[in-house]
Structure formats: structure tokens, C-alpha cells
Design a protein around this ligand. Structure first.
Ligand SMILES: Nc1ncnc2c1ncn2[C@@H]1O[C@H](COP(=O)(O)OP(=O)(O)O)[C@@H](O)[C@H]1O
Ligand SMILES: [Mg+2]
Length: 273
């Protein structure tokens, strides 16, 4: 399955603590959760130990990774509001090497509760203080730039931005980039944009190509070469509680996420693609 990825990329583990990457875009429906679930699965298949943190009250990443609602007794809400360390809230998924801190419906009120909390921007970062046993943490953010996403940005080394190939893709992107810059200045000097990934690309639609070209014009090498196609298998998989890689590994959507994972690993290790 990973025939074209050099062995050293597949096996080389990170040294030190985990690398924390937020998957964020304030727009809904652009492929954040799909990217979090499937990139995490592909990284786990590359023998990385991965923890997904679902901080969207919708809980789509938790459902998509097959976490039963009964297994959500502890959740990311407890990391944010009860100061529970992340290690203690992580539950295993059916994918070896991939754990998740699930979301809970309580998160829908967390933004308001956090307003009054001390260290309100750093609650998630505090929950990661003694986090061990993982190479990567991927945070699936909600579709807003409120306190939940701010917590994710303050706890992250980098932000990965999924962009849907549609007319409005660039609208709001400059706001996201400015927000990341502001968080970097005010709270987290090491925060960077890890990359942008184009999702739901439709080759029959000229607009998809125009949007892709426009995004590459603006962001150059930050944009991943891998483009995630619009693929019905990707949208079917969550209803089976499975990442598309387990649902249909041969489909174009799965193959695209495998390529994205290899590009992410190359970029993370500073190896020329
Ligand atoms: N590449 C794709 N092809 C087809 N459907 C997709 C693709 N990526 C995401 N979807 C579907 O689009 C919807 C929104 O995706 P999702 O990842 O939940 O977005 P977000 O987390 O940004 O709101 C979901 O129903 C998902 O299954
Ligand atoms: Mg989502």
C-alpha cells in the first residue's frame, strides 16, 4: 500500500514529545473532520502513534472513528473544563496505534463556560503537559474561530487548513491566516501554518481547477501537491463508523489520503518531496 514511500519515512519516529497539529477552517463542511480521521488513520498505518482530539460538539470525528456514545464518558470537555490530563481521556479505536479523546455534547456550552475560566486560552495546552506515547496529535476543530479553536491553536505547533475546491474557498481564508498570526503574536510564538490541502476536488468542474490554481498562486509550496478528490466512498464511510481507508482502501479517496500522509511526513521530517 505504501510502495512508493521510502522506508525511512515510514519508520522514522519523532523524537521528544508529540507534534500537535490543529485541523482548522472556520467554514463548516470543508473536510476538516474527514481529513482528521483519514490522515490520522494513514499516519497510524505508517507506524506513527496518533491521538485525535475531537473538540467539535458535533462529534463527527468520534463517530467516524467508531467510538460508541457509551465510550464517551470522559471527553475533550473534561480536558477543557475539568483539567483532566489528555492521557487519561484517550480511548483506543479499532485502528492499531490510533487513539481518540472523543467529543461530548457538553462542548456546545464550553465556549461560554470558558469565558470565566482562568488560563482560558491554555486549557488544552495544560491538558497536554505530560502527554506521552504519541508521535502526532491531530485536533479536529469546530467550524468557528472561538475559544475552542483558540485553545487548539495555543496547544498546537502548527495548523493544517483543508480548503474545499469551490468558489468561496478563499473567502475567509485571509481572516483565518490573520487569526493564526494574532495567536502567534499574543499566545504561541511557535505556531505556524503546516500546510493547506485542497479537498472535494471535482475534475469535471473547471471551477475546481481555477480555485486550485488561485490557492497555489497565493500560498505556493504551503499547498500540498496531493488533492483530495470528491469521492462518494469518503462520504459513505462515516456511517459505518470507519475511516475510508478501512471501508475501501482501493478507492481514490483512500489513495489520496495515503499520499497526503506521506507528504505530511516528508514535510514534517524536512525531506524534499
Ligand atoms: N473528498 C470528499 N468527497 C466526498 N465527500 C466528502 C469529501 N470530504 C468530505 N466529504 C463529506 O462532506 C461532508 C463535510 O465534510 P467534513 O469532513 O465533515 O467537514 P467539516 O469537518 O469541515 O465540517 C461530510 O458529509 C463528508 O462525508
Ligand atoms: Mg467537522
Amino acid at each position: 500500500m505504501f510502495a512508493d514511500i521510502p522506508e525511512k519515512i515510514l519508520k522514522l519516529r519523532r523524537e521528544g514529545g508529540p507534534r500537535v497539529i490543529s485541523i482548522a477552517n472556520q467554514k463548516g463542511g470543508v473536510g476538516k473532520t474527514t481529513t482528521a480521521v483519514n490522515l490520522a488513520t494513514a499516519l497510524a498505518a505508517c507506524e506513527r502513534r496518533v491521538l485525535v482530539i475531537d473538540i467539535d460538539a458535533q462529534g463527527n470525528a468520534s463517530t467516524g472513528l467508531g467510538v460508541d456514545t457509551k465510550a464517551r464518558a470522559v471527553s475533550s470537555y473534561d480536558l477543557l473544563l475539568s483539567r483532566l490530563p489528555a492521557n487519561r481521556a484517550a480511548v483506543p479505536t479499532s485502528i492499531p496505534g490510533l487513539d481518540i479523546v472523543p467529543s461530548s455534547i457538553d462542548l456546545s456550552g464550553a465556549e461560554i463556560e470558558l469565558v470565566e475560566a482562568d488560563r482560558r486560552e491554555f486549557r488544552l495546552r495544560d491538558a497536554f503537559k505530560d502527554l506521552s506515547g504519541y508521535d502526532y496529535v491531530l485536533i479536529d476543530c469546530p467550524p468557528a474561530l472561538g475559544l475552542l479553536t483558540l485553545n487548539a491553536f495555543c496547544a498546537s505547533d502548527a495548523v493544517l487548513v483543508p480548503l474545499q475546491c469551490e468558489f468561496y474557498a478563499l473567502e475567509g481564508l485571509s481572516h483565518l491566516v490573520r487569526t493564526i498570526e494574532r495567536v502567534k503574536r499574543a499566545f504561541n510564538p511557535s505556531l505556524e501554518i503546516q500546510g493547506l490541502v485542497l479537498t472535494m476536488y471535482d475534475k469535471r468542474n473547471n471551477l475546481s481547477d481555477m480555485v486550485a490554481a488561485d490557492v497555489r498562486d497565493h500560498f505556493g509550496d504551503k499547498v500540498y501537491q496531493t488533492v483530495i478528490p470528491r469521492n462518494v466512498r469518503i462520504s459513505e464511510a462515516p456511517s459505518f463508523g470507519k475511516p475510508v481507508l478501512l471501508y475501501d482502501m482501493q478507492c481514490r479517496g483512500s489513495q489520496a489520503y495515503i499520499h497526503l500522509a506521506s507528504e505530511v511526513l516528508k514535510r514534517e521530517q524536512g525531506v524534499a518531496a
